[in-house]
Design a protein around this ligand. Structure first.
Ligand code: NAD
Length: 261
């Protein structure tokens, strides 16, 4: 596969799954817009590293996914700078763990804004260009939590179930335009997002770190192994290929069997 003529945006790509997807797309020849927060020097190292390693153009957007106008602006800027947005990967996401009755309202709003509404705004902004060129790939990183729930993750589970619905709706609206819309639903992938929720889960469930890893996280996964970021990136790349042109509206699990139970 080559993506040499394609331009991609990957939200939340300064870390974890998004970074692996951005590097995977660049390795296939796509120009990429990387996005997310973090140390400025580290982000610049990542951006210039992508250009150097793969000979593509890499642009950094500091758009805050919780702000609709910044998300839509990122798509418009990418179209102006690169000529098009052919591949959109909605990946930025955050987590917060608390019982519903204690769940801070501002964190509910923030998680819904970033994990769900940002995808709506980015898709809305990217659709006209994709439709006019009759080619597009929209992929969102959902989660096993788009199919099943866990206690104390009300906002995250609600947003991820929402991504599943948004994916299906967009797939139907774009079905005759050569644009596929899918989501990928990983189980636990070892990234900073998972690492960061360990202390909160320890508190919410009164467990040790080892107990959270073995008895909460990996308990969910029949294989008893974490998914790797490269495995998620490989699936995203496949969805960008011509072989995947008839896969649309799908929510594809990559969760070590979690949602088979
Ligand atoms: P991560 O914490 O490593 O990366 C999250 C990225 O989002 C970072 O680049 C961060 O800077 C960015 N981000 C955070 N707030 C932002 C904002 N307001 N605007 C723009 N970018 C912002 O997390 P990850 O584990 O790589 O998660 C990526 C996606 O995968 C998320 O949507 C997450 O829900 C999903 N996911 C992760 C797992 C897992 O086990 N790690 C499992 C299922 C789904």
């Amino acid at each position: 596969m080559t993506l040499k003529t394609r331009n991609a945006i990957v939200t939340g790509s300064t870390s974890g799954i998004g970074l692996a997807i951005a590097r995977g797309l660049a390795a296939e020849g796509a120009n990429v817009v990387i996005n997310g927060f973090g140390d400025a020097d580290a982000i610049e190292k990542e951006r210039s590293g992508i250009e150097k390693d793969f000979g593509v153009k890499a642009i950094y957007s500091s758009a805050d996914g919780t702000k609709p106008e910044e998300v839509r602006g990122m798509v418009k800027t990418a179209e102006a700078d690169l000529g098009s947005v052919d591949i959109l990967v909605n990946n930025a996401g955050i987590q917060h763990v608390d019982p519903i009755e204690n769940f801070p309202i501002e964190l509910w709003d923030k998680i819904i804004a970033l994990n769900l509404s940002a995808a709506f705004h980015a898709i809305a902004a990217a659709i006209p260009g994709m439709k006019s060129r009759k080619w597009g790939r929209i992929i969102s990183t959902a989660s096993a939590h788009s199919k099943v729930a866990s206690p104390f993750k009300s906002a995250y589970v609600s947003a991820k179930h929402g991504i599943d619905g948004l994916t299906k709706t967009a797939a139907l609206e774009l079905a005759t335009f050569g644009v596929t819309v899918n989501c990928i639903s990983p189980g636990y992938v070892w990234t900073p997002l998972v690492e960061k929720q360990i202390p909160d889960t320890m508190k919410a469930r009164n467990l040790t770190r080892e107990q959270v890893i073995n008895d909460v996280l990996l308990t969910a996964q029949p294989t008893k192994e974490f998914v790797t970021v490269d495995q998620v990136a490989a699936l995203a790349l496949f969805l960008c290929s011509d072989a995947a042109s008839q896969i649309t509206g799908a929510n594809i699990s990559i969760d070590g069997g979690w949602t088979a139970e």
